[in-house]
Design a protein around this ligand. Structure first.
Ligand SMILES: NC(=O)c1ccc[n+]([C@@H]2O[C@H](COP(=O)([O-])OP(=O)(O)OC[C@H]3O[C@@H](n4cnc5c(N)ncnc54)[C@H](O)[C@@H]3O)[C@@H](O)[C@H]2O)c1
Length: 351
């Protein structure tokens, strides 16, 4: 199949692109604006494949989207391009509304116009797959899980913009009959994660001998999923999912942020011990909590398991071990990014 991937130079999009080129016969067009969060080094090892091509473009630019779709003639659009960092959405919500809401509207409009021109068989087989987050559901108390029926209750500008985009996708399915799929996934981690996000940020700061800033008391709970498991879930959904349906994707790995940071420190202590013999955990400092910080996210992923046979292959323990080892083995990848963003003084956990 011909798969049009938006955001394929980012963290999850690039993992999807690498997987599709290395492990399947699908053809891929990677459509990415290359914002601060996107870098082609994430897809460097597949860039020479004759089943891969790249177009630098903005999902808000209808003409650019139209031209790329017309030229590539996709069977599937997988839409990952987004502004994705909650801290940045507090400091500057406008970009999130623009890219996540207006950009998704543009993708839907141009995809629909293309889809209407297909023959009946291709129209029926076509899929528009929107990649979203569990953050649209809001925050859980100490118990309970998000199901696909949980009402939307987004609480950050990021999650509100993703909720808005989910509603648009759903509306294009109901109103125009576009065969849409939505996945709402929990927190991902793994290789090529931009080093402003919690896990890579802690690795980078630990190795630099800097403080490891943890929001509040570090007791927020997230359900961590290794990025390659997410990629396999996405493939299961766009290949076998039922149009109009939403699938929750989660790792069954609920951890408090402080547990995550301490685990990263313990692995670093083993793999790259500090010269003074002390633990990296001595660098942990607690900083003022982020406004509106959701307490707990946890996913009930039984629909995707029962209907599509997907389950995560990694536990948090195996995935985090691989992730820390990858950052140690690929220091030049993240050092270049950290150097480029040195002057970036943003809220809280900045690079
Ligand atoms: N990271 C997670 O834990 C997580 C969890 C669930 C869902 N998601 C969703 O998955 C998707 C990918 O997340 P990620 O972590 O890989 O994000 P990321 O920030 O690493 O990558 C986003 C990519 O989109 C590109 N992009 C941004 N604006 C664009 C625009 N206007 N036009 C074209 N390209 C643009 C960037 O250049 C970048 O390559 C997002 O939609 C996000 O909401 C992420």
């Amino acid at each position: 199949m011909r798969i049009f991937v938006t955001g394929g130079a980012g963290f999850i999009g690039s993992a999807l692109v690498r997987h599709l080129i290395e492990n399947t016969n699908h053809e891929v067009l990677n459509f990415d604006k290359l914002t601060y969060a996107g870098t082609l080094s994430t897809v460097g090892r597949v860039a020479s494949s004759n089943r891969y091509r790249f177009v630098q473009g903005d999902i808000c630019d209808a003409e650019a989207v139209k031209a790329a779709i017309a030229e590539f003639k996709p069977d599937i659009v997988t839409h990952l391009a987004a502004e994705s960092h909650v801290d940045r959405s507090i400091d500057g919500p406008g970009a999130f509304v623009q890219t996540n809401v207006v950009g998704t509207f543009t993708m839907l409009s141009e995809t629909r116009a293309y889809w209407l021109g297909l023959d009946d068989e291709a129209m029926a087989a076509f899929r528009f797959h929107h990649i979203s987050t569990d953050e649209v559901y809001g925050s859980l108390g100490d118990t309970g899980l998000f199901t696909e029926e949980t009402p939307y209750d987004p609480r950050s500008p990021y999650s509100a913009s993703k909720a808005g985009s989910d509603h648009l996708v759903s509306a294009w399915g109901h109103t125009f009959g576009l065969p849409v799929l939505i996945t709402n996934c929990s927190n991902n981690y793994g290789p090529y994660h931009f080093p402003e996000k919690l896990i890579p940020l802690m690795i980078v700061k630990a190795l630099a001998g800097a403080d490891l800033p943890v929001y509040g008391e570090g007791d927020q709970v997230r359900d961590w999923l290794f990025v390659d498991d997410h990629v396999h879930a996405l493939q299961a959904v766009f290949e076998k999912g039922e149009p109009g349906r939403t699938y929750n994707v989660g790792g069954n790995n609920e951890k408090q942020n402080i547990e995550v940071v301490k685990t990263v420190c313990a692995i670093l202590d083993r793999l790259r011990p500090r010269a003074d013999g002390q633990s990296y955990a001595t660098q942990i400092t607690y900083v003022a909590d982020r406004p509106g910080h959701d307490k707990r996210y946890a996913i009930d992923a039984s629909r995707i398991k029962n209907e599509l046979g997907w389950e995560p292959a990694e536990t948090f323990e195996t995935g985090i071990q691989k992730t820390v080892a990858w950052y140690l083995d690929n220091q030049s990848w993240w050092e270049a990014i950290v150097a480029e963003h040195k002057a970036d003084q943003r809220r809280g956990l900045s690079v």
